[in-house]
Design a protein around this ligand. Structure first.
Ligand code: ADP
Length: 436
């Protein structure tokens, strides 16, 4: 291992011959105390490292990354759970900036039709810097609803809907006054985004989808799509007549949990399988196939939009949580991509989903070096992109344009291979309940 001379650098993953021989186990570290800890602690051969101890695998939070990544030396085999500049995709303003740029590039290089495949995010303006552009757009479409979202917060915090410019004047004033005191209070950036006024409703309620995508490398792009995920419902019937009611408009679990109608036992989630079956029974299998392949397009295009800007470090992987909203025409919209999707379980079903998801993530990350590199499926993950589209069939993909290509994605399809794993974590949780 070549350690930089700078003494402030921290080294991880010992490589000196003797020490490597002694490392019979994988030393992991994490700051998260949720389903992740259960999975890591039960993985055979993995041992927990605390404080300043050496580690081979670190599921870190993004604040640790920001402060430490650049001063940390990592050995070849070491893995860490974020890319250095993950925010290019996971901050609302950067995501939109990158998508707009990628769209322009596609239009130049491949034409209008190809560029139109990027039209899956609602019209968005960064505030305050694009305020004047926003006003222009606002005046073109009087009466429609907009949503203001702080770029770097989550769980629905700081979000509000509006229809009149007057409604955001207070926010503008705040931004301007803090501009005068730049050094003291940094201005909080927002995005103003066109509100999807016609969400697909089930039982009169709005929902959005949480889908998991695991990226192992950006150059070349190698991404896996998880079969399971869920729809998060609001507890209150949808209406456009009360735009101030966050229980109607924001489907975040963190928001809905505080609603007076929330039932902790029932929760507010449907697994993706149930959702897919519901849609198939209402609209037929073809409409569902189209919707799900439109979602595949969102995952791939959004990753491609940041492929050249993300620092593709071989030590890094990232498990993204995509938030997708579907409208009444069955068009999926990308709302945001989360770098730290919640790994806290809100119910038994949710616990099983998240523990299996994490277990399968660790299989793909493959610290144990068990994979051959030719796998198209690992647990609930299907290889979606491997420097190009991945076909469900064996052999090289047929890209002849004859329409024979079938993508290797199975979002919302039955994830039968995980039944055993589910059983294991179910009994683990029952043991925990008994002992507490
Ligand atoms: P956060 O990071 O705070 O969760 P999101 O962008 O995911 O922010 O928005 C929170 C919720 O607000 C979403 O889950 C969705 O229910 C609703 N929402 C956000 N943007 C839109 C939009 N453009 N149209 C309709 N609903 C939206």
């Amino acid at each position: 291992m070549s350690r930089p001379k700078n003494q402030n650098y921290k080294g991880h993953g010992l490589s000196k011959g003797k020490e490597r021989e002694q490392r019979a186990s994988i030393r992991f570290k994490t700051t998260l105390m949720n389903t992740l800890m259960d999975v890591l602690r039960h993985r055979p051969g993995w041992v927990e490292v605390k404080d300043e101890g050496e580690w081979d695998f670190y599921w870190c939070d993004v604040s640790w990354l920001r402060e430490n990544f650049d001063h940390t030396y990592m050995d070849e085999h070491v893995r860490i759970s974020h890319f250095r500049n993950h925010y290019e995709l996971t901050r609302k303003n950067y995501m939109v900036k990158n998508l707009k740029r990628f769209r322009k590039q596609l239009e130049r290089e491949a034409g209008k039709l190809e560029a139109a495949k990027c039209d899956f995010f609602p019209k968005t303006f960064e505030m305050p810097c694009e305020y004047h552009l926003f006003v222009e757009e606002f005046r073109k479409n009087p009466g429609i609803t907009w949503i203001m979202k702080p770029v770097a917060r989550s769980q629905g915090k700081g979000i509000f809907l509006f229809r009149r410019l007057k409604d955001i004047m207070d926010w503008r004033k705040d931004a301007r006054s803090s501009d005068d005191q730049k050094d003291e209070i940094p201005v909080e950036n927002y995005v103003a985004q066109r509100y999807i006024e016609n969400p697909y409703l089930i039982g009169g309620r709005k929902f959005d989808l949480r889908v998991y995508v695991l990226v192992m490398s950006y150059i070349p792009l190698r991404a896996w799509l998880y079969r399971d995920g869920f729809a998060r419902f609001s507890n209150t019937r949808f209406t456009l007549s009360s735009i101030d009611d966050q229980y109607v408009h924001l489907t975040n679990v963190a928001v809905q949990k505080t609603s007076p109608d929330y039932h902790p036992k029932k929760g507010c989630k449907w697994m993706l399988q149930r959702f897919r079956q519901y849609l198939a029974s209402k609209h037929g299998p073809e409409a569902v196939e189209t919707l799900f392949s439109d979602m595949d397009n969102i995952f791939v295009k959004s990753l491609q939009s940041v492929q050249k800007v993300i620092i593709s470090d071989k030590h890094c992987f990232e498990l993204y949580g995509y938030d997708i909203l579907i409208d009444q025409t069955l068009k999926p919209w990308l709302l945001e991509v989360n770098a730290s999707p919640s790994l806290t379980a809100s119910s038994q079903e949710d616990y099983e989903l998240k523990t299996c998801l994490l277990e399968d993530t660790l299989h793909v990350v493959d610290m144990e070096a068990r994979l051959t590199g030719r796998e198209k499926r690992v647990g609930g993950f299907d290889l979606m992109w491997n420097d190009g589209p991945v076909s469900r069939e064996e052999g090289p993909p047929d890209l002849s344009g004859m329409g024979n290509f079938v993508a290797n994605t199975h979002l919302g399809c039955v994830n039968d291979r995980n039944n055993q794993l589910r059983q294991l974590f179910r009994s683990l949780q029952n043991q925990k309940k008994v002992s507490s």
